[in-house]
Design a protein around this ligand. Structure first.
Ligand SMILES: [Zn+2]
Ligand SMILES: [Zn+2]
Ligand SMILES: [Zn+2]
Length: 149
């Protein structure tokens, strides 16, 4: 973990406290689990990992704490192909996702790649799209090639 990440986890206790959340063993367990998580994790996965450490973990505490951590910018959620929430820990930048329905792979897309679509919607409808909620489903280049061959 880089220096910025380490600092974030060191201050998370104070930042939760400032939001009126007590630093309970369950919350500490969740923060420990998150600090070790990589890539996308579902809420259910996080509950399972916390329960492996502390069987008394309640899903409602995990989800409520995740909400506050998201407001603090420490995690961000998007929706997987099945609509479930998936969490990114310390996202480096806002991004959306592409999902291939044929091979089930997914890719991250950055703001620049969808800027023209976002600008069009902003101009035509005054609508500001939340980039992390852009999840597009289709077929990837490789699957399309196989399909044509
Ligand atoms: Zn959402
Ligand atoms: Zn594919
Ligand atoms: Zn992602």
């Amino acid at each position: 973990m880089d220096e910025q990440g380490t600092t974030t986890w060191a201050t998370v206790r104070d930042r939760l406290h400032a939001r009126g959340l007590r630093w309970t063993p369950q919350r500490r367990t969740l923060v420990d689990v998150l600090a070790r998580a990589d890539g996308h994790v579902t809420g259910a996965d996080l509950v399972d990992r916390c329960r492996a450490i502390d069987p008394a973990t309640t899903p409602s505490t995990v989800y409520r704490t995740l909400d506050v951590l998201e407001e603090l910018g420490i995690v961000r959620h998007h929706h997987g192909p099945d609509g479930r929430e998936e969490f990114h820990v310390l996202p480096e930048s806002e991004h959306g996702h592409l999902h291939c329905r044929q091979c089930d792979a997914s890719w991250e897309i950055d703001a620049a790649e969808v800027e023209s679509m976002l600008a069009g919607l902003r101009a035509a409808r005054g609508f500001e799209v939340d980039i992390s909620h852009i999840s597009l489903e289709g077929r990837c280049a490789q699957c399309r090639q196989i399909g044509e061959g």
